[in-house]
Design a protein around this ligand. Sequence first.
Ligand code: ISE
Length: 342
Amino acid sequence: ENLRVAVIGAGRMGADHIHRLHTRIHGAEVAAVVDIDLDRAQAAIAEIPGAKAYATAAEAYESGDVNAVLIATPGFLHEAALLEALERDIPILCEKPLTPDAASAWKIVEAEQKLGRQRIQVGFMRRFDAEYAALGGMVRSGELGELLMLHCRHRNPDTPPGFTNEMLINDSVVHEFDVIRYLTGEEITSVQVRLGKATSKAPSGQHDPQHVLIDTASGVLVDVEIFVNAQFGYEVATQAAFEDGIVDIGADAGPYVRRAGRWGGQVTPSFIERFGTAYDVEVQSWVDAALRGEIGGPSAWDGYATAACCEAGVEAQKSGERVAVVLNEKPALYAGGAPRAA
Ligand code: ISE
């Protein structure tokens, strides 16, 4: 039978996933949307006959119409939503971060272990981006020799209301933490954050940009420019330095236009456009695996490991010191590692 999905959170990401599930994903349908703002919930399912809006997840689960859940609320609300979903023992796709810190993420890992099988896939969609997947293949094939360094640029035009200084790390750089683990196949061992001259375009409380220095277990040197009030548009790009070559991904694409004595093209406006196809591949991978009783991407362990990196990063923001990332023992449930994107 198809997945009948309850989408929790009808904000920008939830509404985009609802549209995706309804129009592009096969094997699943939107049965319910959950949001405390019922008007927003209703608006998100206006085009979906039969879908119902609820103020709480419990009501959606009790309706009997739901056999899977996509959690798209802000990260600080994920712990309660995940524990409630695990109680129902149904397939779960949880938008990143799993939770914002290591202790709460570990609670989720323990709860899933108690269930005895993996139900949680975490929404690190970059693993499903064609260029990141291809770069991962080059690392694994060894065709360019050993990977030595990664230079990451993560630029957002601006931030939504309530975006805190800590969220530069646990909501934005969290993607780099996961994709570094995915590309290298290793854990991250330390994080350092450098603060310099700040843009006047940042809302109060944010120090933007920041330069994040990251080491992996084998010593791959990573630097991340996180710049979330960059104004010009959205850019997520990575340059990988191997022993025998350099690989750049994330360059602007699209028509090169010459008109009225000028040339140019369009910069992607947001992650919705930059990673639209990656989200489609990610959600389809989740649905296909869930219909087999499996997960189709990053696991709760990946969510925990990145949460531990985020915690170290937030500490490093404050101290200016290089902070070690300390992980609990990886439970046997996750021994096989996250399935790799096709
Ligand atoms: C946002 O939540 C995302 O997931 C985007 O991919 C990322 O670029 C942005 O910085 C995050 O806040």
